[in-house]
Design a protein around this ligand. Structure first.
Ligand code: C2E
Ligand code: MG
Ligand code: MG
Ligand code: MG
Length: 284
């Protein structure tokens, strides 16, 4: 049929393009209501100490249940939210929700929140964050903000000033997905980051591709010599874990040590359990 009519091909592609554009527009549009319609929630993935298997903190990961499409991955909807601007509202919701939930955890562990480069366009990001900390009662030192190198590409001086202010007030600043973006080692020299995260894409190849292994080794060595804790993300197998131990990595985050899931337990559940045991005793 393609031979018969060039027009037919054009039509075929048009329809397919239309479909993709329509889907995107729908997602973009529906995202605007996602906060108010309560379609968003957070999962928490443990960050674990490699030697003792101790949980050191949790990363908050955003989830969206679309009324028709079901669960949509943040890798799909975050870029759309960034382009349409709705990440501003969504990002504020994430911060508030993560801080409110973390404030209730049994153990005062840190919570890591991903911040989009677009959120730094807000002139009052510092005030927004400190307003949230005040409202939720979370201590600033329990909040870690994960930023990527893309955040330092535009308005670099303003972004660094905001990060510096946050850090002086006790908030920790983490460099996420190190080595995957517009990397520059001078970023590590310019700003006193509190932690470095190695991206899943390196970890996935660590036992297969010698260059991925070499890159991970170099990042861990760099972190160790800068006194910068390094977290390796995406650890799925015992073999990968073993290599990381050998390379001197101290912290991991991955399916092997814990998938993203419900929030860690809170004092309220304990309380509820105590009450129900009391009730049982009273009954018996
Ligand atoms: P990220 O910040 O680098 O988060 C780590 C991602 O790796 C998460 O994907 C997590 O589920 C996944 N992961 C963890 N362990 C493993 C593993 O062992 N194997 C594999 N294959 N994957 C693993 P997720 O939750 O789909 O999030 C994807 C990205 O979306 C995040 O990457 C982050 O860039 C973005 N994102 C998620 N939540 C938020 C948010 O609240 N705000 C912003 N701005 N971005 C977010
Ligand atoms: Mg992250
Ligand atoms: Mg990451
Ligand atoms: Mg990422």
């Amino acid at each position: 049929r393609a031979k018969q009519s060039g027009k037919g091909i054009a039509c075929f592609f048009d329809t397919e393009m239309d479909e993709a554009v329509r889907t995107r527009r729908q997602i973009e549009n529906d995202l605007r209501h996602a906060v108010l319609r309560r379609q968003l929630f957070l999962e928490y993935q443990p960050i674990v100490d490699l030697r003792g298997d101790r949980v050191l903190g949790y990363e908050a990961l955003l989830r969206w249940i679309h009324p028709e499409r079901g669960l949509i991955s943040p890798d799909v909807f975050i870029p759309i939210a960034e382009q349409s601007g709705s990440i501003i509202q969504i990002g504020e919701w994430v911060l508030e929700q993560a801080c409110r939930e973390a404030a209730k955890w049994n153990e005062p562990l840190p919570v890591s929140v991903n911040i989009s480069p677009v959120q730094f366009l807000l002139p009052n990001l510092f005030d927004q964050i400190f307003g949230i900390l005040r409202r939720t009662g979370l201590e600033p030192r329990r909040l870690e903000l994960e930023i990527t190198e893309a955040a330092l590409l535009h308005n670099r001086e303003d972004v660094l000033a905001t990060l510096g202010r946050l850090r002086i007030h006790g908030v920790h600043i983490v460099m996420d997905d190190f080595g995957t973006g517009h990397s520059s080692l001078s970023n590590l020299q310019t700003f006193p980051f509190d932690k470095l995260k190695i991206d899943c894409s390196f970890t996935a190849l660590i036992d297969k591709d010698p260059s991925a292994h070499a890159i991970v080794r170099a990042i861990i060595a760099l972190g160790n010599s800068l006194n910068l804790p390094v977290v390796t993300e995406g650890v799925e197998t015992e073999r990968q874990r073993q290599i990381l131990v050998e390379e001197g990595c101290l912290q991991v985050q991955g399916f092997l040590t814990g998938r993203p899931g419900v929030a860690p337990s809170t004092g309220q559940e304990e309380q509820a359990r105590e009450w129900s045991t009391e009730a049982l005793r009273a009954d018996g």
